[in-house]
Each structure stands twice: as C-alpha cells, then as structure tokens.
Write a protein that binds this ligand. Structure first.
Ligand code: CA
Length: 239
C-alpha cells in the first residue's frame, strides 16, 4: 500500500472546502487547505502536494495567476481548476496557462473525486515507481522517458505537464500515423469524446510552445487538417 496522496484545496468558500475535505478524505486522500491565492501558491511550493484543486475567484491572487506562477517555476503538479462560470473562454484560458482539467461549479462530488483519481493515476505512472515499465523514445533530438516522466530536446529539459507528456508520447509512439483529436482525447483523457475538441487543440498549442522553435510553423507536431495530428518523421504519414 503506497502512501496516501495529498490534495491541496485552494478555495475561499469555507463550505466548499468542508465538503471537498470530507469527500477527499473519505476517498483516502490527505488534504491541505488554503483560502487565498497567495497562501495557495506558498503551500503548493512548500508542501509539494500531489494534486491541486484551484478555485479561480480567490482573494489576493486569482487561480489563473497561481497556476501560471507554478508552471513558470517549472512545477508539473496536476492542477484541476474549479470554475464558477460556464464560459468557454475561462476553460480555454485555464488550459492554456497549464491546468490539466477543469470542473464547473456546482459539481457532483462523485465526478470531482473521479477526476482527481484520473489525474493522480496519470501522474503516478510517470513518477517512475515501477521501473519495469521503463520505456524511452529517442527521436530527432527528442528523448522521452516514460519511467522518469522526463522529456528533453537536444539535452534541454522540457517541463511538460502530465497531459502534455501523454499527448506527446502517444504521437511519438504512433509516428508515421495521423491520430484524430477524438482518438487522442479518448486515449489520453480516458473519457468519451463529446464537445471538448477545443481541449485537444489547446493542449497541442501549449505543447508546441514548449517544443517547437517556431510554434506557428511546427516541425514536430503537425496538423493534418480535418483529420488530426501526427508526429513528424522522415516518411509521409498514413492515416
Ligand atoms: Ca471563490
């Protein structure tokens, strides 16, 4: 039995914190709490939680700024944004600044705990507890090590989030083949592909910003319009 995972809850509404704490602890997680953005960021750094639930509207520093600050510092901790608004712009912004998932209030606790579990499963896999699953892709200066969750480009480390890593791994593993957004989403997110096609696009864009010398003219992750994405190789891809 491994150590319990720690979830940092950054949320200023006490009743929501109470219900999150109750449900997460019941699901076997340890919890930490912060009631404003500054304290949230401080605890994210000092306590090194396994996952962060991050409200958007927070005193002192909003959730987007907290997430952006974490990513700027090179942290790849999974972040789930809790947004009160249904607006697509909020979701896209959250993903663009490096969140791994978002959930709109009001949400069911069942759904929230399921999302937390999914993110932690993805992250743990790459923290390399199981070296037997070690696998490395080494291609055109890009080295991706699935056992250490490390990705380097010409020896320079790229700080990918777990989702970005999964996407890149899938594209590299299938290089020479075009992968549809639907297949990418269903494999990486492990959920049915419904109306969230933006999600894939946003993550691909973020990945290119880290990977490509000129993100607008990608050399690694190529869009096949109307079909999907493929990892560039010597040969023309097949569909
Ligand atoms: Ca709030």
């Amino acid at each position: 039995m491994s150590d319990p995972k720690t979830v940092l809850i950054v949320e200023d509404e006490k009743n929501i914190v109470d219900i999150l704490r109750f449900n997460l602890q019941r699901a076997g997680y340890q919890t930490l709490e912060a009631y404003d953005g500054e304290d949230g960021l401080a605890q994210a750094v000092s306590a090194n939680p396994d996952l962060i639930l991050l409200d958007v509207m927070l005193p002192k520093k909003n959730g987007f700024d907290v997430c952006r600050a974490l990513r700027d510092q090179g942290s790849s901790v999974p972040v789930i944004i809790l947004t009160a608004r249904e607006e697509e712009a909020d979701k896209v912004l959250g993903l663009e600044i490096g969140a791994d998932d978002y959930i709109t209030k009001p949400f069911s606790m069942r759904e929230l705990v399921a999302r937390v579990k999914a993110q932690l499963r993805r992250y743990t896999r790459y923290n390399g507890t199981d070296k037997a699953e070690s696998d490395v892709i080494d291609f055109n200066g890009l080295v991706i090590d699935r056992s250490t969750h490390q990705c380097t480009l010409y020896d320079k480390e790229l700080n990918l989030t777990p989702l970005e890593f999964d996407i890149l791994w899938m594209l590299c593993e299938n290089r020479g083949h075009v992968i549809s957004a639907e297949r990418l989403f269903e494999t990486v997110w492990g959920e049915k592909y419904l109306d969230r096609n933006n999600t894939v696009m946003v993550h691909i864009r973020r990945l290119r910003e880290k990977l490509e010398r000129v993100p607008a003219e990608p050399a690694y992750i190529i869009t096949k319009w109307g079909v999907g994405y493929y990892f560039a190789g010597e040969d023309q891809p097949t569909i």
